[in-house]
Design a protein around this ligand. Structure first.
Ligand code: DGJ
Length: 716
């Protein structure tokens, strides 16, 4: 009852700013805060009875000096009326299951260069404390939220049944949600759904995230690409996650995100602390374009591993589609020679190089070279590849084991399993229980040795099985259901330690295509393999969606002979599609004649000419393949002196197309300097940025499955 009364009687009150110009403004008495980004504000207030509440998240045109009526608790709990999606659910040693949190104190500090508000809350009775962190990244219109929970008692274990990273409320309105879901070969399919009364959950339960945690909420009907309010975000976590969007009968919407505690619990012993992964949330009034501009820049400039963040991504060759498991030194060298001739910079051998790996029935786990295929070992071959002027990379799948391997024969207890239960295989493999320290040590030693003994400059890290049978029988009973948390901790530790031992090595994230792409991985890997579907038309759709949330310099895209719809697409079309990310080649290029090589050389040279703008520029999704018979992408460099436009036709204009359909080829560019003048390849004269952005231009490309890349440069 108290909570309900409170919701209606908290009145507006004014306060003066303590820290003008900063992104966190504390109200008088230290009981309210306004958090400011470029275009949003987020407001919190401590109500009369000590509850921490959020009262506003949206446009910064609202009077910053006013705190409105609270919308809901800043840290929702199971306790009292339990009306809202809880962030926290715990059981105390005496079996009390309710939490009663009150505000204790706040601090404003810096976390890695950004102002961060830390809000300390305490249970009224039990030794349980929470620190909520809110880190503001104003230039990206983003905030990161996470919580630390502690058992501050001297005796007794607190059972944590749920600990989410953050929540926020939006006032009553009609909202719709955009998110992505996918399966192998069809990643990143956009889903748009109205949020009706009830709960919509986006989640992963088996460590495979073909469905990413990305969400974007808009007022219903406001779907323009370049304008309109959007609340958006995602979770920095490569394990199980969930995002809950709960719409209440009053019209209020609550969005909550963090780890998925389905079949999971954590026991906090006296003195223990648990920290959730980060939930990033943002607000823009510039539609989905605002979302993608902010999120792409955020990942590119703040999340990606610092070592390679500003380095140009190399042109890759990958052998998978050319050879599958049939790799050998002679053929790899032949591929590498041709790759070099074409302009490739990094030669990557995919699956099949290690002991017992003649097909996918054996070998995973035994990470030493197959002497039948490479009698001299890897290093002599790598030296020859290096002498050609190419760097060398290699495929690994650390987290899996084939039952047909020496590792499994020696350690059948190292995989996830329950006694008396089936061990479910997929692709003839089981999953190593990386929560175990001995498994961690084995993997660390295997890959440290591989990287130390061979001049490897690139790792493709694959993961091809979903988690099943998540038993950990050798662990103490009260740790068994925390196995997935420990697994992800050790996965991160393994990648981080290998990266710090070998800082020059590039890492590619792969999970049977794009099955594990998230900010947790992007903080540790330099780029991702978005899909095994390399059909250029399919790829146009996948890439268009992927670029909604992530930058182009993380999107590896190879051209291959794969043709999913029997349409026999031209090599030029395939190259143009792959050139809007990080270009790779995956054909058996030893079979190529002069004509193919000529196209490839020209395209790779062209990519090298435009790649800085593609890899580091802002991207604009001008024409959606989901709504048109073509797709147009534009990249603009930071100085606004160069832009690259990719035009991909999907189909001919339909017969008897009405004039309006044909006029859709006029495209208004974005992101240029309106006052500057630009020339466009293939066009006479020059155009002002203003003209190109307001009047637009028609790119004269006709015909199904044809493409063109236009470079646009400032004229001096
Ligand atoms: C799945 C990956 O997505 C492919 O690119 C390839 O590396 C295979 N695994 C190899 O087994």
């Amino acid at each position: 009852m108290k909570k309900q009364i409170l919701l209606v009687c908290v009145c507006l009150f004014a306060f003066t700013s303590h820290s003008q110009g900063s992104s966190i403004v504390e109200g008088e008495g230290g009981k309210s805060w306004t958090l400011k980004t470029k275009s949003a504000i987020y407001q919190l207030v401590v109500s009369g009875d000590g509850l921490l509440q959020m009262s506003y998240f949206g446009d910064n045109n609202q009077e910053v000096s006013r705190i409105g009526r609270p919308l809901g608790s800043e840290v929702t709990v199971r306790g009292g009326y339990s009306a809202y999606t809880p962030m926290l659910e715990v059981i105390f040693p005496d079996r009390v299951r309710d939490l009663e949190l009150t505000f204790d104190r706040a601090e404003i500090t810096q976390v890695e260069g950004y102002e961060t508000l830390i809000l300390h809350l305490k249970d009224k009775h039990y030794p349980f404390e929470i620190a909520e962190y809110i880190r503001i990244l104003p230039e990206y219109d983003l905030m990161e939220k996470w919580i630390e929970i502690r058992n501050t008692g001297k005796k007794g274990t607190i059972l944590v049944e749920n600990a989410q990273s953050g929540t926020f409320f939006l006032p009553k309105d009609s909202y719709e949600l955009t998110h992505f879901s996918g399966i192998w070969g069809a990643e990143y399919r956009p889903q748009v759904t109205k949020l009706t009364t009830g709960l919509k959950t986006i989640q992963v339960k088996n460590l495979r995230s073909y469905t990413p945690s990305f969400f974007a909420v808009r007022p219903e009907g406001e779907t323009a690409e370049t304008e309109g309010k959007v609340w958006f975000g995602g979770i920095h976590y490569s394990g199980n996650f969930r995002v809950d969007l709960e719409k209440y009968p009053t019209g209020l919407l609550q969005v909550t995100g963090g780890m998925n505690f389905w079949d999971q619990e954590i026991n906090l012993k006296p003195g223990d602390k648990f920290v959730t992964p980060k939930l990033t949330i943002g607000y823009t009034s510039e539609g989905m374009q605002g979302v993608s501009l902010n999120l792409a820049a955020y990942a590119r400039e703040k999340i990606l591993p610092a070592a390679h963040r500003e380095q140009v991504r190399p042109v890759l060759y990958n052998s998978w589609y050319a050879t599958t498991f049939s790799v050998n030194e002679e053929h790899q060298l032949a591929l590498a020679r041709t790759a070099k001739e074409l302009g490739v910079e990094m030669f990557v051998i995919d699956d099949g190089w290690f002991r017992g790996r003649i097909n996918d029935h054996g070998g995973l786990g035994d990470w030493t070279v197959d002497k039948n295929k490479f009698p001299n070992g890897l290093q002599p071959m790598i030296e020859k590849i290096n002498e050609m002027g190419l760097d060398f990379g290699i495929w690994i799948e650390p987290e899996m084991v084939n039952p047909n391997s020496d590792l499994y024969r020696a350690h059948p207890d190292w995989v996830f399993h329950y006694p008396n239960r089936t061990r479910h295989e997929d692709r003839n493999q089981l999953m190593l229980n990386l929560a175990r320290e001995d498994v961690y040590q084995y993997l660390y030693k295997s890959f440290h040795t591989l990287l130390k003994e061979n001049n490897i400059k690139f790792i493709k890290w694959d993961m091809n099985k979903a988690l099943s049978d998540p038993g950990f029988p050798s662990a103490p009973t009260d740790e068994q259901r925390a196995v997935r948390v420990k697994y992800v901790e050790n996965l991160y530790r393994l990648i981080e330690n290998l990266r710090s031992d070998f800082p020059d090595v590039w890492f590619e994230d792969c999970a049977g295509g794009g099955g594990r792409i998230d900010w947790g991985m992007l903080a540790r890997m330099d780029f991702c393999w978005t899909s095994d579907n390399t059909d250029p038309v399919e790829r146009i759709f996948i890439q268009y969606s992927y670029l909604n949330a992530y930058p182009a310099n993380t999107m590896i895209s190879w051209i291959t002979h794969e043709d999913w719809h029997g349409q026999n697409h031209s090599l030029g079309y395939k190259f143009d599609v792959s050139m809007s990310g990080v270009l790779g080649v995956g054909y058996d290029i030893t079979k190529w004649g002069d004509a193919e090589k000529k196209i490839a050389k020209e395209k790779i040279a062209r990519y090298k000419d435009i790649r800085e703008t593609v890899q580091f520029g802002a991207h604009y999704r001008l024409v959606s393949p989901y709504e048109n018979n073509r797709s147009v992408l534009q990249f603009v460099n930071k100085k606004q002196t160069e832009s690259v436009v990719f035009v991909y036709n999907l189909a001919e204009y339909p017969n008897n197309a009405i004039r309006e359909t044909q006029q859709s080829s006029i495209v208004r560019l974005r992101g240029l300097n309106p006052a500057k003048s630009y020339k466009i390849e293939g066009f006479q004269g020059s155009f002002t940025g203003e003209y190109l952005m307001s009047r637009g231009i028609e790119f004269p490309l006709r015909g199904a499955f044809r493409s063109q890349i236009y470079k646009i440069e400032e004229t001096l």
